[in-house]
Design a binder for this molecule. Structure first.
Ligand SMILES: Nc1ncnc2c1ncn2[C@@H]1O[C@H](COP(=O)(O)OP(=O)(O)O)[C@@H](O)[C@H]1O
Ligand SMILES: [Mg+2]
Length: 270
């Protein structure tokens, strides 16, 4: 192998998605102030923070639901603007909102291909069914049949269908908003496995979560928001539960992270 073309180290790789100085206000409320965020291919980044920290606002900016007031977004190193949900999808960002937005009365295949149906004159049900199975198999998903109504599936299976649907458009970044919040232990484990499959496929995953056990089980990095500001950016193997909680509650003003960030900035600048 030619060393000159070897893969660069993950730490120096260009992020797929990069936010710098993102701020967003709603009237008098400053929901986000100067947020920075990088997400690389094959990386799971958890975003944690107390209620009101700004997590949903950040997700909605990335999903093209809200515009930001200041700051910049780049994708593969190119400055981009995410002016609408369609623009977000076209860039390669898929968002699975907490309500999942599934059609309960429709079967799994119809939900997966809703709005992106495959046709050959008429609907190509056979092809869509084949692709549904193939996708679910790749995700090691346990769905009994793709021809049953989504209403009859468990919470974990519904989450699986919503995540599988987000992959139909071949995204590079998948955003999951509290995917395990409504789930029991076994179903949570299934969804965490699914997140690992997404990482193996080389996707960048943004995981919004309240559950530190989930975060520590599956994330590579955890970014803490507090009162709309960055208050920590940790590699999961290097951080304890207590340290994450302190950053969330503000018990620590993250001196360590600030130092690390300052060093990164210097390195990138040189
Ligand atoms: N549409 C909105 N209009 C006014 N204020 C909002 C709106 N959305 C969020 N906020 C405010 O912005 C702050 C961040 O909220 P949010 O992003 O929902 O936080 P989180 O998802 O972390 O709980 C909160 O103070 C919230 O009240
Ligand atoms: Mg929220």
């Amino acid at each position: 192998m030619d060393p000159a073309v070897a893969e660069p180290e993950p730490a120096t790789r260009q992020p797929v998605l990069s936010l710098r100085g993102i701020s967003k206000g709603f009237g008098a409320v400053q929901a986000l102030t100067e947020i920075d965020l990088d997400v690389h291919a094959g990386e799971v980044v958890a975003i944690v923070g107390d209620n009101g920290a700004g997590k949903s606002t950040l997700v909605k900016i990335l999903a093209g639901v809200y515009s930001h007031d200041t700051g910049s977004v780049s994708f593969d190193g190119q400055p981009v603007s995410i002016g609408s949900p369609a623009a977000s999808r076209e860039l390669g960002i898929a968002t699975v909102f907490q309500d999942l937005a599934l059609c309960d009365n429709l079967d799994v295949v119809s939900n997966l291909f809703l709005g992106r149906e495959i046709t050959k004159g008429t609907l190509d049900e056979e092809e869509m069914e084949k692709r549904s199975w193939s996708l679910l198999r790749q995700l090691s998903a346990r769905i009994p049949s793709v021809r049953i109504a989504v209403a009859s599936l468990s919470g974990g299976q519904r989450q699986t269908v919503a995540i599988a649907r987000s992959l139909i458009g071949e995204p590079r970044i998948v955003i999951l908003d509290e995917p395990t919040a409504a789930l029991g232990v076994a179903q949570t484990a299934e969804v965490l496995n699914l997140i690992e499959r997404l990482r193996e496929r080389g996707l960048g995953v943004i995981l919004i979560s309240h559950n530190m056990a989930d975060v520590q089980a599956v994330a590579d990095r955890v970014v803490v928001l507090r009162l709309g500001r960055n208050n920590g950016n940790f590699r999961v193997p290097d951080v304890s539960y207590e340290e994450i909680i302190s950053a969330i509650t503000g018990a620590t003003d993250n001196v360590v992270t600030r130092r690390a960030e300052a060093r990164n900035t210097e390195r990138n600048a040189s």
